[in-house]
Design a protein around this ligand. Structure first.
Ligand code: ADP
Ligand code: MG
Length: 251
């Protein structure tokens, strides 16, 4: 297998909120095409780390390089247009609009830079957009629900739509913060299969509490603890680590 160089490289990434050190000098590198898992207890700094990587919040110190380009200090839209994006939250959906309309807005927001309702006007003029939207709907298995208002979706369907909104901008690197959280076992199984299909042709970094699901999905796992990178390696290496055993697997 040929090594293409890291798609993402963070160096010395640090975030302080007043006296709280949410992330401390994290060095992190992701290979193009990889599926990386990130685990760590609540408050470990996982979500803060993702927010810095997508330039939603600025780091206190450190650099972020995406596809060889320094993106530190860029804005979220610019980073999204380069092909790096993070999943949206449920509360960012337009509940009275349909599933398809939400996907269209997300796809256009990437093209035009703003996540706004009035973007729906003039959609047909954008070349290739309709096709991109239908492909996204199929990928997250919501084609049959495309005309339903978001308010009518089941919980698991809403979570799949969140992934679809992030995919609508055709990212090369997609960050998902707890895509399995709150799901029933059936929804979880379905979403793990979905994540596997999304991973084809993309680079994914997934934060989750479900260690079994992540160990099944990811080629490599990064463990964060108290804002620091504790250990990184294959699922087998991480499972065998004494500190991980102590913290997660009850010794
Ligand atoms: P995780 O996602 O691993 O649960 P977070 O990144 O959400 O952890 O939080 C890490 C630490 O940073 C926590 O102590 C949290 O309270 C703190 N923190 C996160 N965001 C903010 C913020 N906007 N202001 C102040 N403290 C924050
Ligand atoms: Mg979090």
């Amino acid at each position: 297998k040929e090594y293409a160089g890291p798609i993402l490289q963070a160096t010395g990434l640090t975030k302080r909120f007043g006296g709280v050190v949410a992330n401390h000098e994290i060095d992190f590198s992701v290979r193009a095409g990889e599926l990386r898992g990130i685990i760590g207890p609540n408050g470990a700094g996982k979500s803060t780390f993702f927010k810095m990587l997508t330039c939603e919040i600025p780091p206190t110190a450190g650099r972020i390089v995406f596809e060889g380009r320094d993106i530190t200090g860029m804005d979220v839209t610019g980073v999204c247009q380069l092909g790096l994006t993070k999943s949206y939250q449920v509360n960012q959906l337009f509940n009275r609009l349909t599933v398809r309309q939400n996907i269209i807005i997300a796809a256009l927001a990437e093209l035009r830079g703003k996540f706004r309702l009035d973007l729906l006007r003039g959609v047909e003029k954008v070349p290739g957009l309709r096709e991109q939207v239908e492909q996204t709907l199929a990928l997250v298995r919501l084609t049959a629900r495309a005309d339903a208002p978001v308010a009518e979706l089941a919980y698991g369907e809403k979570r799949r739509l969140e992934i679809g909104l992030a995919l609508a901008s055709s990212p090369t690197l997609l960050l998902l913060d707890e895509p399995l959280a709150g799901m029933s076992p059936a929804e979880r199984t379905e979403t793990v299969a979905l994540l596997k299909s999304i991973a084809r042709g993309r680079t994914l970094v997934i934060i989750d509490h479900d260690m079994d699901a992540l160990f099944e999905l990811a080629e490599r796992i990064t463990v964060l603890q108290e804002g620091r990178l504790l250990v990184e390696g294959t699922p087998e290496e991480v499972k065998a680590n004494p500190q991980v055993q102590e913290a997660y697997l009850g010794g």
